[in-house]
Ligand binder design. Structure first.
Ligand code: COA
Length: 323
């Protein structure tokens, strides 16, 4: 698999830590020192498919191919605009990718990574030639804006990547899930509502619609699982941690990223960070960061990069790709 191009798009509204201190009991010092986040972009109306379509068009332009050359669109999101139609199909219509098969994938913050692995499987089987992969979220619609321990962490945004089949490039991946720990990060639930349900006040939004997180459990999970799966993917590829030019990690907390660098024994410069600007945009963090690094020339001489994601489910994974 070869990456042909990338793009990203975020809504125009910047929300600072000081802005948040006006709606919950928090402050810039706490948020910056505990998370590394200074600002995030929050949509005032654009949905996932709007953000994603803009990122997708930029990725197609970067790849120098037309929308009709795309034969699959995979959208990783846990905040779709609708269940029907799926968001990939809405994006297909928006960008005119008339030859694409379209579907969404939900693996929370690991979503982009799982979509990348899915794309690789379709390309290696010969079922597709060129795939558009998008990670896009409007987390602001499921964030509990009264919960200071979680609302300060998240942002909205979209990142896209165009990949094509190429036998000469290496690709290795490791992924996993642990449903028994799903309760540490929840949200988005809707109640069963039909004529057989005996409830007078059936509300489609349950207590579990808004995001709820056990921050410390997620933190512990991330700092152990991420280095573990990165080491496994390095072993599969017969490479060492030093052979990798950059580790493009899910952007959740700068302290998680520093801990992973330490555990891998590599310089923190190999683990770039942009969460100070965007916060945690879930499935969108990895493709947004990749696009920034590609466009600012950081990846110009890079040969091997590792993507690693982790999040709700619980889910995690690492993929090693030769550029
Ligand atoms: N502003 C000010 N104080 C806050 C606060 C905020 N936004 N959020 C929590 N606090 C308070 C807590 O109430 C607590 O106060 P107390 O000691 O009086 O009870 C104190 O700060 C410490 O809270 P704690 O939860 O122990 O902080 P922490 O160091 O674990 O940091 C997180 C909290 C959420 C930043 C951290 O656990 C984390 O990043 N976890 C991973 C979350 C994540 O990345 N999730 C997405 C994964 S995909």
């Amino acid at each position: 698999m070869k990456i042909l191009g990338s793009g990203h798009y975020v809504p125009k509204n910047i929300v600072t830590n000081d802005d948040l201190s006006k709606i919950v009991d928090t402050n810039d010092e706490w948020i910056s020192s505990r998370t590394g986040i200074s600002t995030r972009y929050i949509s005032s109306g654009e949905g996932v498919s709007d953000l994603a379509s803009k990122a997708a068009l930029l990725a197609l332009e970067d790849a120098n191919i037309s929308a009709s050359e795309i034969d699959m669109i995979l959208v990783a999101t846990m905040t779709p605009d609708s269940m029907l139609p799926n968001n990939a199909s809405i994006i297909q219509k928006n960008i005119g990718a008339i030859n694409a098969t379209c579907f969404d994938i939900n693996a929370a913050c690991s979503g982009f990574l799982f979509a990348l692995n899915t794309a690789h499987a379709y390309l290696s089987s010969g079922m597709c030639k060129t795939i558009l992969i998008i990670g896009a979220e409007t987390l602001s619609k499921i964030v509990d804006w009264t919960d200071r321990s979680s609302c300060v962490l998240f942002g909205d945004g979209a990142g896209a990547m165009v990949v094509t089949a190429d036998d000469s490039k290496s690709f290795y991946s490791v992924s996993g899930s642990d449903g028994s720990k799903g309760h540490v990060l929840t949200g988005g639930s809707t109640l069963l509502k039909n004529m057989l349900v005996n409830k007078e006040e059936t509300n489609i939004l349950t207590d579990n619609y808004y995001m709820h997180m056990d921050g410390q459990e997620v933190f512990k999970f991330a700092v152990t699982k991420v280095p573990e799966c990165i080491n496994k993917v390095l072993e599969k590829a017969s490479l060492t941690a030093d052979d990798i030019d950059y580790y493009i990690l899910h952007q959740a907390n700068v302290r998680i990223i520093s801990s992973v660098a330490k555990r891998l024994g590599v310089s923190p410069e190999k683990l770039p960070v942009n969460l100070n600007k965007y916060g945690n945009t879930s499935a969108a963090t990895i493709p947004i960061l990749f696009d920034e690094l590609r466009k600012d020339g950081t990846l110009d001489n890079a040969k091997y990069i590792v993507f690693s994601g982790f999040g709700g489910g619980l889910t995690w994974g690492a993929s090693l790709i030769e550029l």
